[in-house]
Design a protein around this ligand. Structure first.
Ligand SMILES: Cc1cc2nc3c(=O)[nH]c(=O)nc-3n(C[C@H](O)[C@H](O)[C@H](O)COP(=O)(O)OP(=O)(O)OC[C@H]3O[C@@H](n4cnc5c(N)ncnc54)[C@H](O)[C@@H]3O)c2cc1C
Length: 380
């Protein structure tokens, strides 16, 4: 675990990005694993590497850095497509894409040249430990990590209780307060760094296959080559809309899967399901509206700097809140449509009910989003 080798990895070849090809890989290689991911906590690592090799992670990255350059809409669509089959894998896809987005937006050339091609192609997998700082910057909790300047880098200490998509050699992003200052830094770390340990400390009602670990950092030396930004206030303003917007893909995917299930139930029980408030038609209309709003916001993210206006971020937060509420409504409606057959253990509807709660509790959770909506100025 030598700091100078932190970014030193091989790069996998990729093929041009095509959503149809990705949907085919999901059907062939992910769908058969969904039950094992959910019930046995199997981590779909092989599928994640495959998704990366198919260009699933590189849409916001230029080809020069191993990306596909398709833009942010395609990034959302990949999270959506994967989440439609398995929200656990959809979430770790988001975790990975978020880390790619951070590296893409950093001015640190060492990260752009060494780390970015590795993660944009999925040769190395990555996560994001930003729940704590996102809540901290919204005055919800204290910052968990502290960094002290040393020659050639920073020493970071602290504990992050839950970070997903981790494993030996995976990268993840962290934010730490710089000692004796009101500024923060953002960096890429890995368990290859001395003093950084990953521990499985909890079991969840869903997302068990997400390889979510508690991350303890004890005097972890992070070299300057792995610093995304220091200080990072402007940089976080730049990455925040993408961080939040790509999560909407999780809600779009899980809602689409619920609507599909409801439609199947209606073939047999449509004569009585139609009395429920949330019908296929109502949910489908709300899903279509949220999808088109999300794609439009994603297209805006490709052009800089307009998305930095406060009104734009509010629209992103609103879309993310809508995705949480729609997922909860749709997963409940799917259970009610399917009836007692959906109440059997191990069924897809009961899995999606548990998964949908995750869309609403992962940072920024629905309560956090509602707090932001109270504070952010409305669009002009
Ligand atoms: C399956 C799963 C995967 C997650 N993956 C990630 C990830 O990849 N990256 C990431 O940054 N976050 C991750 N999180 C954290 C998540 O985003 C939320 O921050 C977390 O669920 C708490 O949010 P909350 O809004 O409920 O917090 P709040 O309701 O505000 O409060 C929860 C409080 O509990 C504390 N707390 C959290 N975990 C523990 C713990 N294990 N032991 C003791 N206290 C604790 C927190 O400090 C916080 O103050 C994950 C959570 C889950 C359940």
């Amino acid at each position: 675990m030598q700091p100078p080798t932190l970014l030193d990895r091989p790069i996998a070849p990729t093929v041009p990005f095509d959503l149809e090809v990705i949907n085919g890989a999901i059907a062939q290689h992910l769908a058969p694993l969904v039950s094992a991911i959910d019930q046995e906590g199997v981590y779909p690592g092989e599928f994640m590497h495959r998704l990366g090799a198919l260009g699933g992670f590189g849409q916001t990255v230029t080809p020069a850095f191993g990306g596909q350059g398709q833009g942010f809409r395609a990034a959302v669509q990949v999270v959506e497509a994967v989440s439609q089959t398995c929200l656990c894998t959809g979430f770790i896809t988001w975790c990975h894409i978020a880390c790619v987005w951070y590296a893409q937006n950093s001015d640190n050339e060492a990260l752009g040249q060494q780390l970015l091609p590795q993660i944009a192609t999925g040769a190395v997998l990555a996560g994001t430990g930003l729940s704590n700082p996102m809540k901290h910057f919204a005055d919800i909790e204290k910052i968990a990590l502290v960094a002290e300047r040393r020659p050639g880098g920073y020493v970071i200490d602290g504990l992050l209780p839950w970070v997903s998509n981790l494993g030996p050699g995976h990268y993840f992003a962290v934010v730490a307060r710089m000692a004796d200052s009101d500024d923060y830094l953002m960096a890429i770390v890995s368990d290859r760094l001395a003093g950084l340990t990953l521990k499985e400390t909890a079991h969840f009602i869903a997302l068990e296959g997400s390889q979510t670990f508690s991350c303890q950092l004890r005097d972890v030396f992070v070299p300057d080559e792995a610093i995304l930004a220091a200080p990072c206030a402007d940089y976080i303003d730049r990455i925040k809309p993408g961080f939040v917007l790509a999560q909407v893909g999780m809600g779009l995917g899980v809602t689409q899967a619920c609507v599909d299930s409801m439609r199947r139930s209606n073939r047999r029980y449509g004569h009585v399901n139609g009395y429920l408030d949330d019908t296929v038609e109502r949910l489908e209309a709300d899903l279509a509206a949220l999808r088109s709003q999300t794609y439009a916001l994603a297209d805006t993210l490709n052009a800089r700097p307009p998305y930095r206006t406060p009104g734009f971020f509010r629209q992103v937060v609103q879309a993310r809140a809508d995705a949480s509420e729609l997922s909860l409504r749709a997963s409940q409606a799917a259970m009610l449509h399917t009836g007692a057959r959906g109440y059997l253990q191990g069924g897809a509807d009961e899995r999606r009910l548990r998964e949908a709660y995750f869309v609403a509790i992962v940072t920024p959770a629905l309560k956090h989003l509602k707090k932001l909506l109270q504070q952010l100025p409305a669009p002009a």
